[in-house]
Design a protein around this ligand. Structure first.
Ligand code: NAP
Length: 280
């Protein structure tokens, strides 16, 4: 079964962002992503470090604003408001998850939609739902770019997404719908899940459970996109039982080296969109 690997596709997108950053700098504008990191969650620290490295390589300035785990909602919101006002900052990202006492929704609501490079603000989610141009969540658009890179036909095909989060499942459903797929979203209350997933030409797993998708859930020849990132016995694994499913699927994205690579590349691309909107 062919592997749909994200690394080389992501490299092309990263190179494109680097070219755009160079052109921006030549006009006197330094593209700038500000990342707000609250607390010392080890996973979040790694994600932020990876984003910093990718920005640096692409010629995008990144700054990380670190707040203590016990900071108040007001402190967090005042940092975001300052970044909204700062003309030298083009993209703002608040690293999730936040400590339990903080409201993610409230802080996302106050990010300037024009700087919302994660695409989580309701204005951008609404634009996506209405087919208008706006920032699209990086993982969802990354999946679409991966399908495009592998010339996977979407129009008229049956796409099934397991997971309905605002970050992955819902925006990806909107994008697949806009690309003329017939889309079904499944979740924890879905009945007869296997019957539904077995109809999918394109099956996306965004659940957050290792080995959740087994071979008997997959139609032979289907394209299977594994968005999940789980730790199993100290190893990074997806939501798909790759050993089993690779015998059935037409394509499968690996974890690591699949969708995760595309997410970072799309963050760079969104940041350049923000810098170009502001700068010219
Ligand atoms: P999330 O907000 O926890 O959503 C998980 C979804 O899975 C929910 O809609 C949930 O249903 C559904 N679900 C849980 N158990 C289920 C079951 N037994 N049957 C059917 N559906 C079930 O997670 P997320 O933020 O979307 O992330 C999903 C996974 O993708 C995680 O592993 C995350 O780490 C990973 N991720 C990876 C990237 C990347 O760049 N590779 C980016 C983002 C996320 P309910 O809504 O009913 O609870």
């Amino acid at each position: 079964m062919p592997v749909m690997e994200g690394r080389s596709v992501a490299e092309r997108w990263k190179a494109d962002a680097a070219n755009r950053a160079k052109a921006c700098r030549a006009r006197g504008i330094v593209p700038h992503l500000a990342v707000v990191l609250v607390g010392d969650d080890p996973g979040s620290q790694i994600y932020v470090r990876n984003k910093e490295k990718a920005c640096e390589k692409a010629g995008i300035l990144s700054s990380v604003i670190r707040l203590d785990a016990d900071c108040t909602q007001e402190e967090l919101e005042s940092v975001v408001k300052e970044l909204n006002e700062d003309e030298a900052v083009h993209g703002i990202l608040v690293q999730l998850p936040l400590p339990g006492h903080l409201s993610e929704q409230r802080v996302i609501d106050i990010i300037d939609p024009k700087k919302d490079v994660d695409g989580f603000h309701a204005v951008n989610a609404g634009k996506l739902a209405c087919g208008q141009k706006g920032f699209v969540p990086c993982t969802a658009i990354g999946v679409m770019k991966l399908l495009e890179a592998y010339d996977i036909p979407i129009r008229g095909r049956r796409a099934v997404i397991i997971g309905r989060s605002n970050i992955v499942g819902k925006p990806l459903a909107m994008l697949l719908l806009a690309a003329d797929a017939t889309v079904t979203i499944c979740h924890s209350k879905t009945e007869n899940l296997k019957e539904i997933t077995r109809q999918a030409d394109i099956l996306v797993a965004a659940v957050g459970r290792a080995n959740f998708v087994t071979a008997d859930m997959v139609k032979p020849g289907a394209v299977v996109i594994d968005v999940g990132t789980n730790r199993l016995n100290g190893k990074l694994v997806g939501d798909v039982n790759a050993e089993e499913v690779s015998q059935t699927a037409g394509y499968l994205t690996p974890v690591p080296g699949g969708v995760g690579q595309m997410t970072i590349a799309m963050l760079l691309s969104n940041t350049m969109d923000a810098a170009e909107q502001y700068g010219f």
